[in-house]
Design a protein around this ligand. Structure first.
Ligand code: BYC
Ligand code: FE
Ligand code: FE
Length: 475
């Protein structure tokens, strides 16, 4: 078992103590990270003792340790999955060669860009969520928010380790810059669009963790195939944490729906005004939030045709989701993939070189995975006797990146004029009134076992604790 050494200032399983220069560099970055956490992390939370899980080893069963800790004392550190001794590159032009333990000079710029982009999203999400603790619907939910926040903090550490260890001086500068950009900042924004949006309330938080953390899952899974072994092993371990983040999103939305369905059943109505008057979130509002978070998230996969994507794959830097389970030649020269394009007001499919379409391939994998959970939400509505169903909007709806950016598309896939779009948009994306209504429901619930009126309790607690366990103690 590959245990993590907690006796060190920076817990790690990479023998950090044997590389004094690196250890000193990271110990130099650590106080900047803590300052960032104090300034930009969860608001007014420094005295809370939170029932957190901490990794004790990087094996699949290494998540054994649960206990109340102050988040500031969370053991952020550097954990790499154990390496498979003789792993070979299994896609792209270097297929069959040994994976790289050191950074090849010719791929330095591209790897730096990938690692910085990945690293940038992690603190961004913590910043986006920093006020949510003040309006948590229960202690159970508050604890889940904080668990996600500390783990995203650790994901930042994972990328900062790679920058410090492998990229010398510019790596150290990039690590510093990761703490200087911030979500939504007009002058120093985060790199990718979705990470500059607001997460103003808990419905947005659940949609974010359902959809946007799932982008994390798919991007990390593609990077876990990398020929650059330290990146592959870091991201492989990060992936183990992503499952919980998506669980919080899926179960959170499910609990909102359960409560709404209950209110609709009691009042025998699907009138959104009556549902709102009873303190639940009407299904139209849920659908509009879904449309927003889905469309902003699928933009994160980049342009449908991208020469970067082709280069990243061919040079072995970034594979496909579950590369090893695919049965093609893993080189993809001469193969094609269908992407969408608008021509003369019509959407058409066209075949383009597969290598250039790998962003689209990953986006399509993501879409399939997302839809599965929406189907589970619909089962819940059906069982509760609701006629309404949720659905993901068309791929071209509300896009800002790639060939579909700028065209106007309804959620059900009709190309629209600008005028039609303007007229209908309030039915499809959250309006100022929707946001104000959801905000009006957000109040802090801090008694163990109590839940806000707009959300049902979970079926079970965390780590077999009861639902009314004191998941957060206020110091
Ligand atoms: N917003 O050729 P393209 C997570 C830029 S989430 C703004 O397609 P490429 C997490 C692009 O940079 C996972 N700009 O680019 C979740 C490029 O700019 P330049 C994050 C965008 O490189 C929740 C230009 O448009 N990880 O972990 O093929 C909580 C042309 O685009 C956007 C990664 O993303 C956008 N949405 O693809 C916490 C993995 N999209 O060079 C954490 C690493 C594209 O023309 N990143 N642009 O100025 C990558 O693999 C790639 O950078 C991307 C972009 C797939 C993101
Ligand atoms: Fe993350
Ligand atoms: Fe995450």
């Amino acid at each position: 078992m590959s245990t993590i050494d907690y006796s060190e200032k920076i817990p790690n399983n990479v023998n950090l103590g044997e590389d004094r220069t690196l250890q000193r560099a990271l110990e130099g970055w650590q106080p900047h990270f803590i300052d960032w956490w104090d300034d930009m992390g969860p608001a007014s939370s420094s005295q809370h003792e939170v029932y957190l899980r901490t990794a004790v080893s990087v094996e699949p069963d290494g998540w054994a340790r649960f206990g109340h800790v102050k988040m500031r004392d969370y053991r952020w550190g550097i954990f790499l999955n154990p390496g498979a001794a003789e792993r070979e590159i299994h896609f792209g032009d270097h297929k069959g060669e040994k994976v790289w333990q050191d950074l090849p000079g010719e791929h330095r710029a591209n790897l730096r860009r990938i690692i910085v982009t990945q690293g940038d999203t992690e603190p961004a999400s913590v910043e986006q969520q920093r006020h949510l603790g003040l309006t948590a619907p229960s202690l159970y939910d508050l604890r889940n928010l904080f668990q996600i926040n500390v783990e995203e903090g650790r994901h930042l550490w994972a990328m900062v380790y790679l920058l410090h260890k492998h990229f010398g001086r510019d790596g150290r500068e990039e690590a510093q810059a990761l703490l200087q950009r911030s979500a939504g900042d007009a002058n120093h924004p985060r790199i990718l669009g979705a990470f500059n949006e607001k997460t103003p309330d808990w419905l947005a938080f659940f949609m974010f963790t359902y959809f946007t953390d799932r982008d994390g899952k798919f991007q990390l899974s593609a990077l876990a195939e990398s020929a650059f072994d330290p990146l592959a092993r870091s991201t492989r371990f990060m992936l183990t944490e992503e499952a919980h983040h998506m669980f919080v999103g899926e179960s959170g939305v499910a609990r909102v729906l359960a409560r709404t369905a209950q209110v609709m059943g009691q009042l025998k109505t699907d009138d959104p005004h009556k549902v709102r008057a009873a303190g639940a979130i009407d299904l139209g509002t849920v659908q509009r939030y879904l449309n927003f978070h889905y469309s902003v998230t699928i933009d994160l996969f980049g342009a449908d045709q991208s020469s970067n994507a082709a280069t990243f794959y061919s040079t072995g830097l970034k594979g496909r989701h579950e590369e090893g389970k695919r049965t093609d030649d893993h080189v993809l020269q001469g193969q094609t993939y269908k992407v969408l394009e608008v021509r003369a007001g019509q959407l058409i499919e066209k075949d383009v070189p597969m290598l250039n379409a790998l962003n689209e391939v990953l986006r399509d994998d993501f879409i399939k995975d997302s839809v599965a959970g929406v189907t589970r939400w619909n089962k819940l509505l059906e069982k509760a006797g609701c006629a309404t169903r949720l659905s993901v909007p068309h791929k071209a709806f509300n896009r800002r990146i790639g060939a579909l950016a700028g065209i106007r598309m309804s959620p059900d896939g009709r190309v629209l004029s600008e005028q039609e779009w303007q007229a209908c948009q309030p039915q499809w994306l959250p309006t100022a009134q929707d946001l104000a209504f959801v905000a009006s429901l957000m109040g802090r619930v801090v008694e163990p076992g109590r839940f806000a009126g707009w959300i049902a309790p979970p079926a079970i607690g965390i780590n077999r604790q009861p639902v009314d366990f004191e998941y957060v103690r206020f110091g």
